[in-house]
Design a protein around this ligand. Sequence first.
Ligand code: FES
Length: 137
Amino acid sequence: MARHVIAPVAELPPGTRKFLDIDGRPIAIFNVKGEFFGLLNRCPHQGAALCEGPLIGLAQSSNPGEIEYTKLGEIIRCPWHGWEFDIRTGQSYCDPKRFRARAYSVNVEPGSAVVKGPYVAETVAVSVESDYVVVDL
Ligand code: FES
């Protein structure tokens, strides 16, 4: 499993999404209230670009006339036929046993953990002093 650095956190503020192609797979990364989620941008129903749909909430009812609206901004509605999926898990609310969108876990890591690679070239100390770049050898 290869790690892919997507973007600095500041480039993906809450309420936004970023579309990527990772190893030939169309994937969208969402920031929902500071939490990050990844979803395959392909609807398991008929293949629409699922992640281009609106983010909505989940409307449920346990009794007639009582509607509870939860998971605000965590459900994506497919732009073609309106099927709805939980972006945390990919679960379908239309037919949960048969259809699931592929979900990917997304983590936030400190820059020091992703910038430094396994190969490090020899370096020399460099400092900036009053508009002059000075190299100490
Ligand atoms: S293609 Fe997504 S609901 Fe039909």
